[in-house]
Design a binder for this molecule. Structure first.
Ligand code: NAP
Length: 227
């Protein structure tokens, strides 16, 4: 049974990944709050990835880094601190996690790393300057580390469109906004966290053993199609 470290498995997409994998994986969760679920295969470490030392873990076959941000403002209102904070949680937290667990991942069973980008790294959208900049950094990291860590470790990213989690709750806070978001996507839907978890499960599995350095758009058509 593989052991997967999830940074941010307490909520949102990370929680959906944990719950999908739990029946046949050991899951080690790292987050600030305690998850609202438990399981015999589940261990939780309370930790702020930016402020605290990451816990000692002895073996792992996968790492998923979920913390991220959706900080949407016009450029005139984005401060240098906004850019720094977005870069820290999206990029530097992932770098810190990878560096901390690199040695055990290299010793793991066909280990794989999954990071998160966003559709806004490919599709120019107003008010996304800070998050698009940070997530483009995540995509650069995936390319560079994919090459550097081959053939020992695979690394990929998932770039979702709007997904129904706490992080996106401001975008989905009433029926009108839900309708607008749904209509903007050519597939006339947005994502459930479980759909994103399906892709993460695949990328972590040996079925994806030929795939590294890739960014997978789960875009409901919004980046791919102009209809
Ligand atoms: N939701 C969307 O619409 C959407 C769209 C595009 C991309 N994404 C990306 O997908 C990823 C997952 O998004 P999500 O919607 O699932 O986010 P979320 O609902 O905010 O969940 C984030 C998870 O990370 C943990 N976390 C946050 N800051 C942390 C810290 N400093 N230290 C440790 N753990 C921390 C949170 O737990 P605690 O609060 O307990 O620490 C939580 O478990 C993010 O990278 C996001 O940018 C999301």
């Amino acid at each position: 049974m593989k052991t997967i470290i999830i940074v941010g498995g307490s909520k949102g997409i990370g929680k959906a990944i944990a719950q999908k994998l739990l029946p046949n994986h050991n899951i080690i969760n790292i987050s600030r709050s305690f998850p609202d679920f438990s399981h015999n295969n589940f261990v939780h470490h309370q930790c702020d990835v930016l402020k605290d030392e990451l816990p000692q873990i002895d073996t792992a076959d996968g790492l998923v880094y979920c913390p991220g941000s959706i900080n949407l403002k016009p450029i005139a209102r984005l401060s240098m601190d906004d850019f720094r904070e977005d870069f820290e949680i999206n990029v530097l937290g992932a770098v810190k996690s990878i560096q901390r667990y690199l040695d055990i991942l290299k010793k793991g069973n066909q280990s794989s790393i999954v990071l998160f980008s966003t559709v806004a790294a490919k599709l120019g959208m107003p008010f996304h300057a800070s998050v698009a900049t940070s997530k483009s950094g995540v995509e650069g990291l995936v390319k560079s580390l994919g090459a550097e860590l081959a053939p020992t470790l695979r690394i990929n990213a998932i770039a979702p469109t709007v997904t129904d989690t706490d992080l996106a709750s401001k975008l989905l806070r009433n029926e009108k906004m839900i309708e607008n978001i749904t209509e903007r996507h050519p597939l006339k839907k947005y994502l459930k966290p479980e759909e994103v978890a399906d892709m993460a499960e695949f990328l972590l599995s040996d079925k994806a053993s030929s795939i590294s350095g890739q960014v997978f758009e789960l875009d409901c058509g919004i980046v791919t199609f102009k209809i």
